[in-house]
Design a binder for this molecule. Structure first.
Ligand code: BEZ
Ligand code: FE
Length: 306
């Protein structure tokens, strides 16, 4: 026996070290770092709360159901990450604010289909089912130069609080989505309806989690925007409606004050006619400042939806 390697003997006190050591031969340095830290934090968590076997089993069941709820158009794991604030943390750390840059926020699970290309000034509302509004904006870089031809991908929920993919066959396909190309001055404009607050999907394990913890499922009213252009860092953000309920308790922690804008009422018949809107109408302007990546065009790692 003396010439054999000693058996690896597990003990609770040294558990994290023992398991972390098992990954010490991982060739990918970053993967090793992530796994080692993950093991340390998970073991510390188990000890911190004194996790029982029953609770561990319950947790495993919850994660299993979370995976089982996922389909091509439903991502319950992203939803879980969202309600735990992890999505916002990762997004915010990856896109630090400052220098006048427009702040980012979560992409969310509904950017699962490609937005139809539309012309500047078009409406993305194919049902005429809400309060009409005009959205204008200008994409600039941090030095104040317009980003000519930037692509501005927008998507939002309807006046009942649903995305098109949640009601296939009931509403026009790709309703309330649009892919716009900013003009030579970085300007974009389109028509839509004033978005309304809505609940995130609650018919799965994440909904149950919110319910048993006494949390509501609502998101403050918003329009999603994703801005891309060669040589700029892709920006994924929201335009929130000032005064919307849930700005102070958004279910996925997506609100940043700088993204909350007034959808003002405009009483101007000539302007309404110019844009094909009834008078009066609601109008919001969203100036967007993006960061030049300095990288060659097309090198941005993020990809749009299928
Ligand atoms: C959304 O805004 O589309 C969204 C974001 C996170 C979770 C659910 C929905
Ligand atoms: Fe949304």
């Amino acid at each position: 026996m003396a010439d054999q390697a000693p058996a690896m003997s597990f003990d609770a006190q040294r558990s994290a070290q023992i398991v972390a050591d098992s990954f010490s031969g991982t060739p990918d340095e970053r993967l090793r770092e992530i796994l080692t830290s993950l093991v340390r934090h998970v073991h510390a968590f188990v000890k911190d709360v004194g996790l029982t076997v029953e609770e561990w089993e319950q947790g495993i069941r919850f994660l299993t159901e979370t995976g089982q709820k996922c389909t091509d158009t439903r991502q319950e794991f992203i939803l879980l990450s969202d309600v735990l604030g992890v999505s916002m943390l990762v997004e915010t750390l990856a896109n630090p604010a400052g220098g006048g840059l427009t702040e980012s926020t979560v992409e969310g699970p509904f950017h699962v289909v490609a937005s139809p290309p539309r012309r500047l000034g078009d409406t993305i509302d194919e049902r005429g089912s809400g309060e009409p509004c005009l959205v204008t904006g200008r994409v600039m870089d941090e030095d104040g130069r317009p980003v000519a031809g930037a692509s501005v991908d927008v998507w939002q929920a309807d006046a009942d609080g649903f995305y098109d993919v949640q009601r296939p066959g009931e509403v026009p396909d790709r309703n309330l989505r649009g892919l716009f190309t900013a003009d030579g001055d970085g300007r974009f404009w389109f028509r839509s309806i004033v978005p309304r607050y809505y609940p995130i999907p609650t018919d799965g394990p994440v909904g149950r989690l919110l319910k048993i913890t006494g949390r509501h499922p609502y998101r403050a009213a918003h329009i999603h925007l994703q801005v891309r252009a060669p040589g700029i860092r892709t920006l994924t953000t929201h335009l929130f409606v000032a005064g919307s309920p849930y700005l102070d308790s958004d279910a996925v922690f997506g609100v940043k004050e700088s993204l909350v804008h007034d959808f003002a009422t405009v009483d101007d018949p000539a302007r309404a006619a110019e844009h094909g809107l009834p008078n009066p109408f609601r109008w919001v302007d969203f100036p967007i400042t993006v960061r030049r990546s300095g990288a060659p065009a097309g090198s941005d790692a993020r990809q749009g939806p299928a």
